[in-house]
Design a protein around this ligand. Structure first.
Ligand code: ZN
Ligand code: ZN
Length: 269
């Protein structure tokens, strides 16, 4: 059993064959997926993600405003998303939220402000967060540290099962700090890329009980399928890579990363 901890199969890329994509995932024993809604929070982009989760067994939803769209976030968006999240038990996470200084689609100060606001919403709603961080490692960690420390249980320094750093591409130091803050680290298909030796080296040094796997599909198609549209069934390629790195059987990586997912999102599968 394998779990795709981050996919975007509610999007138009799958309108023509979504049912087949989901069927192929199940056939490949990827029966559980976290579909992450993205888009303009003033449209029905997030309702669409939740609808898919409501309709399909084993598909869960995350909702939250992506750093690219931070400039669209306001009190109206906030209320709308909180409403959507409350309406479905299938919404198990808030995200993806974070900072993207690579594309800078929203001004950085706006990204930081919206990231902070959504971290607070997630904590108030008792939902783990899905974090997207690109070329913004220091700011991501310092904001998370700052915002989450106030939500720790008595006796603990930080919030337990705080969330996941998705599509991890940072340093060992960043991953270790995030784990200390209660986070899990999720690897996507880019772990399998030929030039990703440094990232594999980071993955090798991290404890298996803190790792998740994902596709982030339709993006980041793993080797040997690069160049084609990605889909949840391909998460096995990232698991295979992780198995090689850690000297484990593929099945064990599937089991451990699935257990981690269930623990983080408090599911009963
Ligand atoms: Zn992302
Ligand atoms: Zn994503």
């Amino acid at each position: 059993m394998f779990i795709d901890s981050h996919c975007h199969i509610d999007g138009p890329e799958y309108d023509a064959d979504r049912e087949e994509v989901i069927a192929r995932a199940r056939e490949a024993r990827v029966a559980t997926m976290l579909n992450v809604g993205t888009g303009d929070p003033h449209t029905d982009a997030f309702e669409r993600a939740v609808e898919l989760a409501e309709k399909q067994e084993g598909i869960y939803a995350a909702i939250g405003v992506h750093p690219h769209d931070a400039k669209l976030f306001d009190i109206g968006a906030e209320r709308r998303l909180i409403d959507v999240a409350r309406q479905s038990k299938k919404v198990i996470a808030w995200g993806e939220i974070g900072l993207d200084y690579h594309y800078d689609h929203s001004p950085r100060d706006v990204q930081r402000d919206v990231f902070r606001r959504q971290l607070r919403i997630a904590c108030e709603m008792d939902l783990p967060v899905v974090i997207h961080s690109r070329e913004a490692n220091d700011d991501t960690i310092s904001i998370v540290r700052d915002e989450l420390s106030g939500y720790a249980k008595e006796g603990a320094k930080y919030r337990e099962r705080a969330g996941v750093l998705h599509c991890f591409g940072g340093s060992l130091a960043m991953a270790s700090e995030a784990i200390e803050l209660g986070f899990f680290i999720s690897f996507a298909g880019n772990l399998t890329f030929k030039k990703a030796e440094d990232l594999r080296d980071v993955a090798r040094r991290l404890p298996l009980d803190r790792l998740l796997i994902e596709t982030d599909c339709p993006y980041l198609t793993p080797v040997p399928f690069r160049g084609r549209r990605n889909e949840p069934a391909r998460v096995i390629e990232t698991a295979r890579c992780l198995a090689e790195i850690h000297g484990k059987e593929l099945e064990e990586i599937g089991r451990v990363t699935s257990e981690n997912f269930v623990r983080l999102f408090r599911l009963e599968l």
